[in-house]
Ligand binder design. Structure first.
Ligand code: CTP
Length: 153
């Protein structure tokens, strides 16, 4: 992309999450726990033209790298995303997200009677399906708005 086409400026150090499906950027921010309130320096592009996806969203976070848990949950809502680690303005690492078999400790089960939501020292665990995730304990399936079930990132 030429500089004249660059809509969101380059960052110095941090993470660029690229090739997010159009319209999912706000959910990506939710997964990362970014609501603007703690002063993070973040740039967001929504529905920008992309050769590969037609339209894509892009999120650039200064001064932060992502945990594996965060990347795992990201992969559920942005399966084509690319994570670029930037240092001193250069992309030093680039990888596609991969869907994990399970996600633990990140999503909370919507079933109030589930043992993972009771006052027990049991970490939530979901099996990742083609379409959505299934609680390992009570088998409740979450298909939509997975980002709304994030408990910790
Ligand atoms: N980027 C950035 N700040 C930098 C370097 C790169 O914000 N200092 C962004 C670019 O704007 C781009 C993404 O990080 O959205 C990946 O950069 P790069 O690998 O240079 O671009 P492409 O080769 O187009 O990436 P891909 O092949 O993954 O589409």
């Amino acid at each position: 992309m030429t500089d004249t086409e660059l809509r969101v400026s380059k960052i110095e150090d941090g993470t660029v999450i690229d090739h997010i499906a159009g319209g999912q950027a706000l959910n990506v921010l939710a997964i990362l726990g970014i609501d603007g309130g703690s002063g993070e320096e973040v740039s967001v592009g929504m529905n920008v033209p992309s050769d590969r996806l037609g339209r894509k969203d892009i999120v650039k976070v200064e001064g932060r790298e992502l945990s594996q848990n965060e990347v795992d949950v990201l992969s559920l809502i942005a399966p084509a995303a690319t994570i670029n680690i930037v240092r001193e303005f250069e992309v030093v690492e680039k990888h596609r997200v991969t869907r994990p078999e399970t996600v633990a400790g990140v999503l909370s089960c919507p079933n109030a009677n589930c043992i993972s939501t009771a006052d027990e020292p049991i970490e939530s665990r979901f099996d990742v399906l083609e379409e959505g995730v299934r609680c390992t304990y009570c088998e409740t399936i979450v298909r939509e708005s997975i980002a709304a079930h994030i408990s910790a990132a």
